[in-house]
Design a protein. Structure first.
Length: 438
């Protein structure tokens, strides 16, 4: 068996967290090209691709942080399992996080916080979601029966137990993405926001169409983030592009779609919602001084990050309208100072509600105690390569994709400062301020 030696000395650092590199799989429609994989394999493949590209000794890495929202039961700590699966040095720490749609943004923030606190670490942070393989649950009676049956030691005891079970106990329960406290799905909450803020069906359709148009125009930039991947029996299919982006749709086509969550009165359709998506993404976050000592070239500083909770009964997905002004106020920034914004697109109605709230003096007074609203994000700075409505939204990986896209776009445009914001189930939100390193 190969032996591993632990470091005898701690490398020196400067407590400045930086983004070094990142890579992702294509984001593909669930039950499609990645359906034959599992989360561990998909995450491991993307992780392996980044390790090969960075090309430093695996002993240099300290941890892997992974975000997963719908975990497969055989890999509860997927990050650690990926370390062992790839035969990486066993000293590497693995932690798996579930913070809904901002999970991988949280893994990156955790890495940055570790470094800021003085640990000169190299941390691989990202996430994965394979909604093609959602775990199926059964009734509590079925679970109780299985536990008792497994504990029974005598045949007669097991036969008696069989008489207590009923057919209906074994009917599988379909996966639910409803909020545990409110009982409503994300789409139903988004419908409430659309109604409350008077976001019209036409406005949502226009926003969705624009997201696809931006993503199609930026397809080369997005493709540069992706590691190609062979899938299928005998690996006969190469997956190297996001497959949800559409160039052929128009407003007339979108107008014919039926509402998805409220058939009678709703305004949200499948086209104005982020689709069920499979995908994985990973970034390398490092202490700046240590990264440079290893010959790595940092591409951006993680200046700050922030997380917030809101009342889920009010506007579940409104958190970006809190995060963005809070970060900008903290750092005394205006829209002239911030070059690009990446705002997670759960639904068109959600982004449009956030834009409205950012411009609302009443909203600002309610949440900040003053009426100094910063205004809506300028359109030419918002999600310039499209967003999750077009690109897709693998829950555990989207945050890392936002960071990756932001850093790459700051370099492509020779810009300096970017702000990322996302909403999540449970009434949560996350934000991150990124500064390009020239």
């Amino acid at each position: 068996m190969q032996s591993f030696r632990y470091r005898k000395t701690v490398a020196s650092g400067d407590a400045v967290p930086v983004y070094v590199d990142g890579i992702r799989s294509a984001f593909v429609k669930s039950f499609g090209d990645f359906a034959e994989l599992d989360s561990l394999e998909l995450f491991s493949r993307v992780l392996s691709a980044l390790l090969r590209r960075v090309a430093i000794h695996p002993h240099e890495y300290d941890a892997i942080n992974a975000g997963v929202v719908v975990p497969q039961t055989k890999n509860p700590n997927l990050a650690r399992d990926a370390i062992l699966n790839l035969n990486l040095p066993p000293h590497i720490h693995g932690a798996t996080t579930n913070m809904a749609c901002v999970s991988s943004l949280h893994t990156i923030a955790q890495a940055a916080a570790t470094i800021t606190q003085g640990s000169p670490a190299l941390i691989l942070a990202g996430g994965v979601e394979l909604l093609s393989k959602m775990p199926i649950t059964y009734s509590p009676r079925a679970t109780e029966f299985l536990i008792k049956f497994s504990r029974a030691r005598k045949t007669l005891e097991r036969l008696k137990l069989l008489k207590t079970t009923r057919f209906k106990d074994w009917l599988p329960r379909p996966p639910s993405i409803s909020e545990p406290l409110t009982g409503l799905t994300m789409g139903q909450h988004a419908e409430q926001m659309a109604q409350r803020n008077n976001i019209s069906r036409t406005a949502q359709d226009r926003y969705a169409l624009n997201s696809h148009a931006k993503a199609y125009a930026g397809r080369d930039a997005l493709a540069a983030e992706i590691t190609p991947m062979w899938v299928g029996g005998k690996y006969q299919r190469l997956v190297q592009y996001d497959d949800l982006v559409r160039s052929e749709i128009d407003l007339a086509t979108l107008a014919r779609l039926r509402p998805a969550f409220d058939r009678k009165y709703g305004t949200i359709t499948a086209a104005s919602s982020s689709p069920l998506t499979d995908g994985a993404a990973i970034t390398l976050i490092a202490d700046q001084k240590r990264a440079k000592s290893l010959g790595l070239v940092p591409r951006a500083k993680i200046v700050d990050h922030m997380f917030v909770g809101i009342n889920p009964y009010e506007q579940l997905l409104i958190a970006p309208a809190l995060i963005i002004p809070a970060l900008m106020r903290k750092h005394k920034l205006t829209y002239k100072d911030v070059d690009l914004f990446e705002v997670h697109e759960a639904f068109a109605a959600q982004v449009l509600s956030c834009q409205q709230a950012l411009a609302s003096k009443e909203f600002c007074q309610q949440h900040f105690g003053d009426s100094n609203a910063i205004g809506a994000i300028p359109e030419d700075k918002l999600n310039v390569n499209g967003g999750a409505i077009a690109i897709g939204h693998p829950f555990g990986a989207s945050g890392a994709r936002l960071v990756m896209t932001m850093v790459n776009e700051l370099h492509r445009r020779d810009k300096t400062l970017g702000l990322i914001a996302g909403c999540a189930a449970g009434g949560m939100g996350a934000g991150m301020l990124i500064e390009r390193i020239s």
